[in-house]
Design a protein around this ligand. Structure first.
Ligand code: HEC
Ligand code: HEC
Ligand code: HEC
Ligand code: HEC
Ligand code: HEC
Length: 256
């Protein structure tokens, strides 16, 4: 009887299976890579609906405007707009009202500000689909918990971690770009040894603050009383060598 399929076709499944597995692996990777949010990327700097410039509003000195003219920066404190940062977990982006404090008069009718005036006209509150649709830049995964207040207001010690430590020189950014990876190892690198990242609490938003030997000594002392979750010192080594990590001090401090 004549062979309908030549003998070598028997080999096809054996060869095809691994090739297909490999190919689907590549497809899964490409899809995952392409469609996963770029939130964890250092340098992530999405184009915002309004070309709002931190350099102009929160910086100092002379800055160039979009039309090429120079203007003196306004030097607003970070907390003028991110006013929840010392009280709550999230720093928050300001509502339309905050911008309107000035832009009811300043640059009224500017095309650059069209989305602002539209949201003002719509009159919908931010928590009800209103406001300017700002694109979120910094974002840790939902299963990890990052509370701003605990970092920027360590009140009992008169210490803080400055905005610039985690976000860089935002006061010089025309477009905000992420500076740190926000990965678990980034968190733990500091939690294991926070002394070098502390500053006096009244220097929280000073973007050009630098330390001195007197503060360095004080910060080392303060750090001995802090106990951030996951830090090596939170583990107690028992006489028999067993390592016990207190529940609240371990993984569940950040994964709640
Ligand atoms: C006049 C209001 C205003 C002031 C003052 C201000 N910001 Fe902002 N900030 C905004 C707005 C609006 C956004 C969202 C648009 C953008 O990303 O540029 C934002 C975004 C940010 C983001 C990124 C948020 C995200 O989605 O991850 C950071 C970080 C930030 N600001 C830090 C600062 C720091 C630090 C200062 C002080 C040096 C400061 N801001 C001063 C209005 C302000
Ligand atoms: C304290 C007052 C004040 C607040 C609050 C304020 N602005 Fe401004 N903004 C100004 C001034 C002043 C200028 C114009 C500078 C000039 O033209 O010389 C300006 C200019 C701008 C420009 C035009 C920049 C350019 O390059 O031409 C944009 C866009 C803008 N602001 C957006 C915002 C947004 C969005 C908010 C709210 C998050 C905001 N501003 C809050 C005072 C303010
Ligand atoms: C110890 C590091 C650290 C410090 C200090 C810090 N941030 Fe953040 N910031 C983060 C992380 C991490 C996120 C992402 C949080 C998330 O996704 O839950 C973030 C997010 C933000 C956002 C985005 C929106 C939101 O509601 O959280 C803004 C705005 C912001 N920070 C502003 C500030 C300002 C202003 C300061 C100083 C007063 C500051 N941050 C200090 C680490 C820090
Ligand atoms: C630059 C240093 C630094 C970085 C970066 C940092 N932390 Fe912290 N964190 C601290 C310090 C210091 C404390 C302890 C504050 C205290 O004891 O009052 C702390 C405390 C905490 C707490 C406990 C808050 C409480 O209420 O007791 C949590 C949760 C936390 N950090 C989560 C994170 C996460 C998640 C990240 C990364 C996305 C992170 N931290 C990055 C320094 C840092
Ligand atoms: C200081 C806060 C903190 C502590 C403590 C912590 N984690 Fe995480 N963890 C994070 C953050 C932040 C991420 C990354 C979130 C992201 O990528 O957006 C993460 C990610 C993870 C992931 C996801 C996989 C990965 O590598 O991205 C696993 C699994 C995990 N953590 C397990 C643990 C375990 C187990 C412990 C206790 C030994 C622990 N974590 C302690 C903050 C923490």
């Amino acid at each position: 009887m004549a062979l309908i399929f030549p003998k070598w076709t028997n080999e096809i499944p054996r060869v095809a299976a691994p090739v297909l597995t490999l190919l689907s692996g590549v497809v899964v990777f490409v899809v995952w890579f392409w469609f996963s949010p770029k939130h964890t990327d250092v340098g992530y700097a999405p184009v915002q609906p309004i070309p709002y410039s931190h350099a102009l509003h929160a910086g100092r000195g002379m800055v160039k405007l979009t039309d090429g003219t120079m203007s003196s920066a306004l030097g607003l404190d970070c907390r003028y707009c991110h006013n929840n940062v010392e009280k709550s977990a999230s720093a928050g982006v300001p509502p339309t009202q905050t911008c309107m404090n000035c832009h009811k008069q300043v640059k009224l009718g500017s095309l650059l500000l069209a989305p602002l005036y539209k949201s003002w006209g719509d009159g919908k509150p931010e928590n009800d689909g209103g406001g300017v649709p700002w694109k979120r830049i910094h974002k840790v995964a939902d299963y990890a918990y990052f509370p701003h207040a605990a970092h920027v207001a360590i009140k009992k010690e008169g210490a803080a971690i400055g905005c610039a430590t985690c976000h860089g020189r935002v006061d010089q950014m025309v477009v905000v770009a992420q500076q740190q990876p926000l990965s678990m190892s980034w968190c733990l690198d500091c939690h294991n040894n926070p002394a070098a990242f502390l500053r006096p609490i009244d220097q929280l938003t000073n973007m050009s603050w630098t330390t001195d030997p007197a503060w360095d000594a004080k910060a080392k002392d303060i750090a001995t009383r802090l106990n951030p979750p996951g830090n090596k010192n939170a583990a107690t080594v028992m006489p028999d060598g067993q390592v016990i990590v207190r529940a609240t001090a371990g993984c569940s401090g950040c994964h709640r």
